[in-house]
Design a protein around this ligand. Structure first.
Ligand SMILES: O=C(O)CCC(=O)C(=O)O
Ligand SMILES: [Fe+2]
Length: 294
């Protein structure tokens, strides 16, 4: 069997265009609102498992159709901090208006890693995009792990890290009024959780790095200085361009990503313009440590 035949069988019914070697693929020829049969959905699941994030373009969706698509993937998780869309408590609004300077998700992160059972992923839909800019970057946490020197892989095997929402969404977070109306419920930012630094991905079984600059606050059991130095080393390595892809949104583009396999970061390079996204988040499962190599 030629590789292309194998690829065609693995992704039956979809036209897949990778954005980079390791992460991100655009899927063409799928009409989400028109309905997705089981064969097609199996191919989409495989594409997401293989690429960590997949993108579709020109999908005209009502909030109900966005919700129906999300329910195909799993149970919906309601984020407590994001402003919901009017009339749709399960859909979070990710908005930046022309007068606002800061955007949401500007630094590399994995959503909800502060939860004991972190969200599986999100489905982000572009309702309004700026004339240019506002791309989102994604990084593969599989290659972030696999590319680490063996000695560093051994060093982090078995370690756990503390993740928190307090310093980002809590009352003490220095936000001024900049995020008023966009981020709220500061008093609910009480979640801390610990997770392995290297997880066994619950679906693929592959080892993935699971720390991120926004929400990881410390490596358990290490003095602060060592913990910070280790995290900074891992972040610098993970964010290397060869682990990333970049998606240029157009109105009605939609992405689904897996938080256990990727990081993401939203670029803020469209001053004076509106960008409005709708996000539905999916429930995940508890995360286990990757098996340690002997
Ligand atoms: O606006 C984006 O591209 C992503 C923002 C973000 O971090 C999120 O929705 O989780
Ligand atoms: Fe995010």
């Amino acid at each position: 069997m030629t590789p292309s035949t194998a690829t065609e069988m693995r992704y039956a019914g979809i036209d897949l265009h990778p954005l980079s070697d390791h992460v991100g693929a655009e899927i063409r020829g799928v009409d989400i609102a028109g309905g997705i049969d089981e064969t097609l959905f199996t191919s989409l699941r495989r594409a997401l498992a293989d690429f960590g994030v997949v993108f579709f373009r020109e999908q005209k969706l009502t909030p109900e159709q966005h919700l129906a698509f999300a329910r195909r993937w799993g149970r919906i998780n309601v984020n407590r901090f994001f402003q919901p869309v009017d009339g749709y408590p399960q859909i979070a609004e990710v908005r930046k208006t022309p007068d606002q300077a800061k955007n949401v998700g500007a630094d590399w992160h994995t959503d909800h890693s502060y939860d004991k059972v972190p969200a599986m992923g999100s489905i982000l839909y572009a309702r309004e995009t700026p004339t240019s800019g506002g791309d989102t970057l994604f990084a593969s946490m599989y290659t972030a792990y696999e590319s680490l020197p063996a000695a560093l892989q051994r060093r982090i095997a078995g370690l756990r890290a503390v993740h928190s929402s307090r310093h980002v969404f809590g009352p003490a977070a220095v936000r001024g009024d900049e995020f008023a109306g966009r981020i709220g419920n500061a008093t609910l930012a009480v979640q801390d959780a610990t997770h392995p630094l290297v997880i066994r991905h619950p679906d693929s079984g592959r080892s993935a790095l699971y720390v991120n600059p926004d929400f990881t606050v410390a490596v358990e059991g290490l003095p602060a200085q060592q913990s910070n130095a280790l995290l900074q080393e891992l972040y610098a390595s993970a964010a290397r361009p060869e682990h990333t892809c970049r998606f240029e949104w157009k109105r009605h583009s939609i992405a689904i990503w897996d938080n256990r396999a990727t990081w993401h970061r939203a670029l803020n390079d469209y001053p004076g313009e509106l960008r409005l996204m709708h996000r539905i988040t999916l429930e995940g499962v508890p995360l286990e440590a990757a098996a340690q190599r002997s």
